[in-house]
Design a protein around this ligand. Sequence first.
Ligand SMILES: Cc1cc2nc3c(=O)[nH]c(=O)nc-3n(C[C@H](O)[C@H](O)[C@H](O)COP(=O)(O)O)c2cc1C
Length: 177
Amino acid sequence: MNETIENIKTRRSIRKFRDEQISDEELKTILEAGTYAPTGRGAQSPKIVVIQNPETIKEFSAWNRSYFPNEMPEDMDPFYGGKTLLIVLANSELPTYVEDGASVLSVLVNASHAVGVASCWVHRARDEFSSKKGKALLKEWGIPESYEGIGHVVLGYADTEAPEPQPRKEDYIHYVD
Ligand SMILES: Cc1cc2nc3c(=O)[nH]c(=O)nc-3n(C[C@H](O)[C@H](O)[C@H](O)COP(=O)(O)O)c2cc1C
């Protein structure tokens, strides 16, 4: 099978990571691939925020957990102990910003898998960055207030076997004459 197609099909969300940071080279490759994601009108509106400080990741984990719809145990880490946290933001002034951000997130998870780094896409970035705290962080980071959170990707080396994928639903593809 074509290597790229094989990579797309074998990528799985990983939710248990080894206590080891990924290499700078792997991170750089993943991030650069993300910047090549297609975006509406080629505007490249998204931004990828990179966090590797364990204390900061811990803080963001508690913040993310606070937006869970159902009460989540205090010891549950929505980032699963991932060693690197990426947050994709996109500029809400553009008509395609949500799609642009999702496009970048998709490339990031597939690029990670291609270099042997495990990943999981994690939600609730919109809740985070539409809050007062999120707006203050944008200001601190020098990012315009029009940016919204689209999603996170946690990265690390897998400490578990990749699960089998769910069977693909039969009516996924719909041919029309
Ligand atoms: C928009 C979106 C939001 C997601 N949010 C989460 C999340 O908050 N936590 C999580 O563990 N996985 C999350 N995932 C990962 C999905 O659960 C996962 O992709 C799906 O179960 C299929 O498994 P696979 O990625 O291994 O193929 C998210 C995926 C997408 C596309």
